[in-house]
Ligand binder design. Structure first.
Ligand SMILES: Nc1ncnc2c1ncn2[C@@H]1O[C@H](COP(=O)(O)OP(=O)(O)OP(=O)(O)O)[C@@H](O)[C@H]1O
Ligand SMILES: [Mg+2]
Length: 282
């Protein structure tokens, strides 16, 4: 599904609040992997709530395969769009509303795609295996009693149960330990045809698997760059209060010293491996 934001601005209905987003223009094509970065309060969550049609723009429009969110909303057809989008909220417990974690996991399959119980059970089994969650334990457990990392895994597994075309993740690795982060990043990296839009404060975590980075500052889009040219936007990032990924900063320093590399690195381990090999050779 192609998603377009046309001159989107958003104002929360709270007296005294300024615009949360101003004049955002954006086209996202099917299968793209995008990281949305920006300081706290810059408008990242607001942007992805607009992309998921949870809120409607105050000005401008969002189009899904060319269909206006306003028209879809007026004709009560938004559920047909939301069904194609999986979401992981910044605080996953805000999206839980079932007594058992298993019901939570299977809700969308039961209600949105009306699958049979054998199919649901098989899908739940494969999804819990993939996320290293214990499906039988989930049946007798409240989702609210899971650890914060497990809640995040459950919320992501629930979103993936129906194989959505688009996956929107708000800080998917926040509060997770190193192993959990690695597992989650690996799972996201295997979603080849799915559009993934993720908000993160840890660019280091995701630079290896995204192809585009969008930077938001004070409600404005200050960066929309492919990962390959992100290194040319480090000054803008710093001005906007966004800490650039160290792996890009180091390559920038090397270039400034006249030691530019003949290839690009997005993972610090790969860069160090390459530099060590070069050092051994000289
Ligand atoms: N429900 C709300 N009602 C009123 N104002 C809100 C609401 N949610 C967010 N805002 C305001 O809108 C602006 C953008 O908030 P948003 O949550 O989109 O930022 P964010 O970039 O996701 O921040 P963080 O990194 O802390 O999650 C902030 O000034 C915030 O105070
Ligand atoms: Mg947020």
């Amino acid at each position: 599904m192609k998603i377009e934001c046309r001159n989107v601005s958003y104002l929360y209905d709270v007296p005294g609040d300024g615009w949360a987003l101003t004049d955002i223009g954006l086209t996202i094509t099917q299968g793209e992997k995008i990281a949305v970065v920006g300081p706290a309060g810059s408008g990242k969550t607001t942007l992805i709530q607009l992309l998921d049609a949870l809120i409607l723009p105050t000005k401008g429009d969002v189009l899904y395969d060319g269909m206006s969110v306003r028209v879809l909303s007026r004709s009560k057809r938004l559920p047909s769009i939301r069904r194609r989008i999986g979401v992981l909220f910044q605080f996953p417990e805000h999206q839980f509303f079932h007594e058992s974690a298993y019901e939570e996991l299977t809700f969308a399959m039961r209600n949105l795609v009306s699958a049979g119980s054998t199919e649901i059970d098989a899908r739940a089994r494969s999804m819990t295996d993939r996320f290293q969650l214990d499906m039988d334990a989930l049946k007798g457990m409240s989702p609210f009693n899971l650890s914060s990392g497990e809640k995040r895994k459950l919320a992501l597994a629930s979103a993936l149960m129906t194989s959505p075309e688009v996956l929107i993740l708000d800080e998917p690795t926040a509060g997770m330990d190193a192993l959990g982060r690695k597992e989650l990043i690996h799972i996201i990296s295997t979603l080849k045809d799915t559009t993934v839009i993720l908000v993160t404060h840890n660019q280091e975590d995701f630079l290896g698997i995204v192809d585009r980075v969008i930077g938001i500052s004070k409600g404005a889009m200050v960066i929309d760059a492919s990962r390959d040219v992100l290194i040319d936007h480090l000054a803008t990032m710093n001005e906007a209060g966004i800490t650039p990924p160290l792996v890009l900063t180091v390559q920038h320093w090397l270039k400034a010293c006249g030691c530019g590399l003949d290839r690009k690195f997005f993972d610090m381990k790969d860069l160090i491996g390459y530099l060590s090999a070069q050092a051994r050779r000289t």
